[in-house]
Design a protein around this ligand. Structure first.
Ligand code: NDP
Length: 478
């Protein structure tokens, strides 16, 4: 046994991660359910093949790795992970570490940890972000599980992770399912970020009547300012691509039906379980679901008409400033919500997740990477209340300047019939949050009236009931 580490699953992510590990000087043993894929992988590995040990069975894989053995699972999330763990369990020894690096639901990760408790085997749930490119040249890595197990694999993770100004974008974010939870919320924020960008694209296309080619340089320009990020950069890039078949902008030839694999939905579900509003993420998930209802949207357009094209005033430098600042404000609120969900989960499960570190390891390698995350890290380092980024000095300054633009954008879009669900949710969240006196007094009155649920008073302690009069005519009905 000569390998430092093992990897199961040579799909898109696994193959690239294995090459990354080999390139950094580690010997890696690899196994894939379909053996042909293992052979093709090694043949294509070039000079890195010297450090790769191809294995055709799990026994071979076990024997190839120096104990105690770290083994990365990079297979489809769900049943495949269960099957591989079952296969490995009887083969492994005390202190070997199974690392699930796929996009697992953190409840599954917790379940695996419970099932392996007492066997002597260790389990790590590890979020890996950055897609194919990231896996090959440096992903952002969010690790959850026993800290001692993390320390044993840290040298490998440190070598393969993305770097932001020299700092490796990998960290232990807590015990238990913390790593997969943080990865899930990363993806949830990614959903909101992408949706808001798409909403601004929609306003420019359907409201101002701009072509893809005209919108691309706007995003490219924004990428040089406060919105600088990978997602804005690729937006400018994809908007300038031409379809080789039709000669049209490629984006115009793509069906407006978005896919989803679950992490956005899990983010929304977990935020609901924790009673933390994550409405920018929820609305982004809903928008993807609605995007899939192509026929229904076409029928409704026939009945009610599409949003009127070109009804917005001509695009001026002031309008461009409004759009940029509105997107910035929306982004701030989306990240505020995402970090609040992680803060609540950390408290609920006792993870002690270092949120400043989470922001720092998202500065490079992952899909939502941006310098903005560096500012979040700075704000969180000194924040007393990590539940509300908006109240940090830095972000309260930003939102103060940008929220009037968000308000104008949402209002103008509503009047023109242009849908901006996530930006609208961001504005609504901000407006609800900054109102010390809300309207839930009425909700409590209604609940007490029909269900005797009781209410608290503003002028005293305890639970009270109203001396409600019966509805007129209710006695006659009963
Ligand atoms: P692929 O579809 O490219 O590869 C899937 C891999 O899983 C293959 O090696 C396949 O083996 C294996 N597999 C599937 N079912 C089983 C099973 N029942 N038993 C054993 N092996 C099985 O997937 P990706 O590489 O894209 O994704 C892997 C994981 O990484 C997923 O959890 C995904 O969500 C996550 N991820 C993906 C990202 C991406 O950008 N693609 C980004 C971040 C995370 P076989 O060849 O035999 O079919």
């Amino acid at each position: 046994s000569t390998a430092d580490i093992g990897l199961i699953g040579l799909g898109v992510m696994g193959a690239n991660l294995a090459l990354n590990i080999a390139e950094k000087g580690f010997r890696i043993a690899v196994y894939n359910r379909t053996t042909a894929r293992t052979r093709e992988f090694v043949e294509a590995a070039g000079s890195l093949a010297d450090r790769i040990v191809p294995c055709e069975t799990l026994e071979e894989l076990r024997d190839a790795i120096k104990p105690p053995r770290p083994i990365i699972l990079m297979v489809a999330a769900g049943a495949a992970v269960d099957q591989q763990i079952e296969g490995l369990k009887p083969l492994l020894q005390q202190d070997d570490i199974i690392i699930d690096a796929g996009n697992a639901n953190f409840h599954d990760t917790r379940r695996h940890m419970n099932e392996l408790a007492g066997t002597g085997l260790q389990f790590i749930g590890m979020g890996v972000s950055g897609g194919e490119e990231g896996a090959r040249h440096g992903p952002s890595i969010m690790v959850g599980g026993p800290e001692a197990s993390y320390r044993r694999i840290e040298p490998v993770l440190d070598a393969i992770a993305a770097r932001y100004k020299g700092e490796a974008c990998q960290a232990w974010v807590g015990p238990d399912g913390a790593g997969h939870f943080v990865k899930t919320i990363h993806n949830g924020i990614e959903y909101a970020d992408m949706q808001m960008i798409a909403e601004i694209y929609g306003v420019l296309r359907d409201g101002y009547g701009l072509s893809a080619g005209e919108i691309a340089p706007i995003f490219a320009e924004w990428n040089r300012g406060r919105l600088n990020s990978y997602l804005i950069e690729i937006t400018a890039h994809v908007l300038s691509a031409t379809d080789s078949v039709s000669g049209e902008p490629l984006v115009d030839m793509i069906l407006d039906r978005a896919g989803q694999k679950g992490t956005g939905r899990w983010s929304a579900i977990e935020s609901q379980h924790l009673s933390v509003p994550a409405t920018t993420i929820e609305s982004a998930v809903a928008a993807r679901s609605l995007s899939a209802m192509k026929t229904e949207r076409q029928l409704t357009e026939e009945r009610f008409g599409a949003s009127a094209r070109g009804t917005l005033a001509p695009l001026s430098p002031e309008k461009l400033e409004m759009l940029e600042q509105a997107l910035f404000a929306g982004k701030i609120i989306a990240y505020t919500q995402g970090f609040a969900v992680m803060a609540a989960a950390s408290r609920e499960f006792g993870w002690n997740t270092p949120l400043g570190t989470v922001a720092r390891i998202w500065r490079a390698g992952c899909i939502i990477r941006s310098q903005f995350l560096g500012e979040i890290a700075k704000a969180l380092d000194v924040a007393t209340d990590t539940q509300n980024l908006l109240l940090t000095e830095l972000f309260s300054g930003y939102i103060e300047t940008s929220h009037p633009h968000l308000r104008r954008l949402v209002a103008e879009s509503a009047l023109a019939g242009l849908p901006v669900p996530s930006l609208g949710a961001a504005l609504a969240h901000f407006d609800q949050l900054r109102r010390g006196t809300g309207t839930a007094n009425l909700i409590q009155a209604q609940r007490d009236f029909f269900g005797a649920h009781g209410f608290e008073r503003i002028d005293g302690d305890g639970t009270h009931h109203g001396n409600w009069l019966p509805l007129a005519g209710s006695e006659a009905e009963s």
